[in-house]
Write a protein that binds this ligand. Structure first.
Ligand code: NDP
Length: 492
């Protein structure tokens, strides 16, 4: 009778040769030194040494799942994107959640924005919407991003995150006041990845078949309801189960409880942008719902776990520059920087052929480029010619840009953003503060004060600058925060 053991394959080297002994190294005599001819040992150790690739400099810690996006409303008046062309149409997706500042091995239950990076495998190629669980961001210009992240990461001397650096930077960057208020509010620590919203955050362009264009913002509203952790709950959970979020996501999908989000967009006719009361391309601001009401357009469901976390989550790559016909960028300066930075990071981290990996390549069409070779090229193009134009049946250009041309005027230069009527760094932060319940305000003040109070005792200037931003958002906000911080610093 054939047993299970008879069916097991032989252990081999990478070259396929059978391995005789996987327990004992080959030595010169019993108890002697190891021999260079033990190729199995050397291959095994050398491969192990190379198991890690550079971790993402931000969003290192992540969890992902495949899913389905279903169109629920007719948006053809606004975009000619094929995957949005019909009510009921479904598109395969892959969503990677992440924290921002922590390294690959950090805990999930921390106060940090969550990445919400979504890949739609459309028939026109992959469309990546690389969002967050917050509608705004700390800064509005990509040139400030490395400085900002340096303050979130470890100090070069102490090797720890330092309150001095964080509050020094935020104090000098008043545009961060809105996002900092959001982050230290209740939604700053989601209970699970399922119980939070996602936002495209940036403004994007949609173009319809007639060539007209619109500015859009995406919202993914959780169907599970919003659930958050208090700081105390998160502190306990981060210690008890550092993997709490990725475990919850995987297990809920294994149980068949597929998390879903209702997808909404805010749509602004292109002609509105110049005179809108806020700069519509400023990532530190939302478009108030009263101005541009969110319209429901679809449903996103996550329903399949990846089989291999390294292959499909760690090596997954997303780029906000991955557009499809009918969707394009806006002049948002943070977005413009990200259009470069994401693909650049992946070329360094995963390699120049990262797009060929199963999780990254198009699933509903095929890529036809003249790019060739490079590290780990798999020869997929065979004998096909690798230049264009060619008369050997090679791929041809369409002649139609993916998105609409946008008129610009003025001189080149390092300009500040154009001023719109209500463009200040504080108004929307104050609106958010006033929207919080009294209990949430108390938790917000306690969370902020606890962190600000950690600033070095001889750096009251950093504390004052930081508090002043909140004072300018809302007088009550500033007063309560100042009192709380003063009380905590006195106790020190
Ligand atoms: P609305 O009252 O129309 O919308 C308020 C928004 O705030 C809703 O999207 C709501 O999300 C969200 N919200 C509710 N409670 C909290 C909370 N505790 N923490 C964070 N967000 C919360 O007002 P506006 O559109 O004028 O926006 C007012 C403020 O709300 C803005 O300044 C901004 O800070 C914040 N906000 C606005 C968003 C927008 O796109 N306009 C999106 C998210 C936040 P939900 O429906 O899921 O409860």
């Amino acid at each position: 009778m054939t047993t299970q053991d008879d069916l097991r394959p032989t252990l081999t080297t990478e070259a396929g040769a059978p391995v005789a002994d996987n327990q004992n190294t080959e030595t010169a005599g019993v108890g002697g030194p190891a021999l260079l001819q033990d190729q199995h040992l050397f291959e095994k150790l050398a491969h192990f040494n190379r198991e890690r690739i550079p971790e993402r400099v931000v969003h290192a810690r992540g969890a992902g799942a495949y899913g389905t996006f279903t169109v629920t409303a007719d948006v053809t008046p606004y975009t000619r994107a094929a995957f949005l062309s019909e009510v009921g149409k479904q598109t395969e997706t892959f969503l990677r959640f992440s924290t921002v500042a922590g390294s690959l091995g950090s805990a999930d239950a921390v106060r940090d924005p969550r990445g919400f990076a979504l890949k739609f495998y459309t028939e026109d190629g992959n469309y990546d919407l690389v969002g967050n669980n917050t509608p705004v961001f700390f800064i509005k210009d990509a040139v400030k991003f490395p400085d900002f992240i340096h303050t979130q990461k470890r100090d070069p001397y102490t090797g720890s995150q330092e309150a001095d650096n964080v509050w020094d930077f935020w104090g000098f960057s008043p545009e961060s006041t809105h996002q900092v208020t959001w982050l230290f509010g209740d939604r700053g620590i989601p209970a699970t990845l399922r119980h939070m919203n996602g936002y495209g955050s940036h403004t994007y362009q949609w173009q319809n078949e007639a060539g007209e264009h619109f500015w859009v913002k995406y919202h993914f509203k959780t169907d599970q309801g919003i659930r958050n952790l208090t700081q105390a709950e998160a502190n306990a959970l981060a210690g008890e189960d550092p993997d709490s979020h990725q475990r919850d996501l995987r297990e809920s999908i294994e149980r068949g409880e597929f998390p879903s989000w209702t997808v909404q967009v805010q749509i602004m006719p292109a002609a509105d942008a110049a005179a809108y009361r806020f700069n519509p391309f400023d990532l530190t601001k939302v478009w108030p719902h009263a101005d541009y009401p969110p319209i429901e357009i679809g449903r996103l469901e996550l329903n399949r776990n990846p089989d291999n976390v390294f292959a499909e989550v760690e090596q997954s790559i997303f780029s906000p520059a991955h557009f499809v016909p009918g969707i394009g960028p806006s002049p948002d300066k943070m977005l413009q920087g990200r259009l470069f930075a994401y693909a650049d990071a992946h070329r360094y981290r995963v390699g120049i052929n990262a797009d060929h990996l199963p999780v990254n390549r198009p699933h509903a069409t095929e890529a036809h480029t003249n790019h060739r070779d490079g590290r780990l090229y798999d020869g997929r193009h065979g004998r096909r010619k690798n230049y264009e134009p060619n008369s050997f049946g090679g791929p041809v250009q369409t002649g139609r840009p993916l998105w609409a041309a946008v008129p610009v005027a003025g001189a080149t230069g390092t300009h500040e953003a154009p001023a719109h009527a209500e463009d200040d760094d504080f108004g929307q932060a104050g609106t958010l503060y006033r929207l919080f319940s009294e209990e949430e305000k108390q938790r917000l003040i306690a969370n902020l004060a606890g962190f600000i109070a950690k600033v070095s005792a001889d750096r009251d200037d950093i504390v004052e600058r930081a508090i002043d931003n909140f004072r300018r958002a809302d007088a009550d906000y500033g007063r309560r925060l100042e009192e709380a911080v003063r009380g905590l610093r006195k106790q020190k």
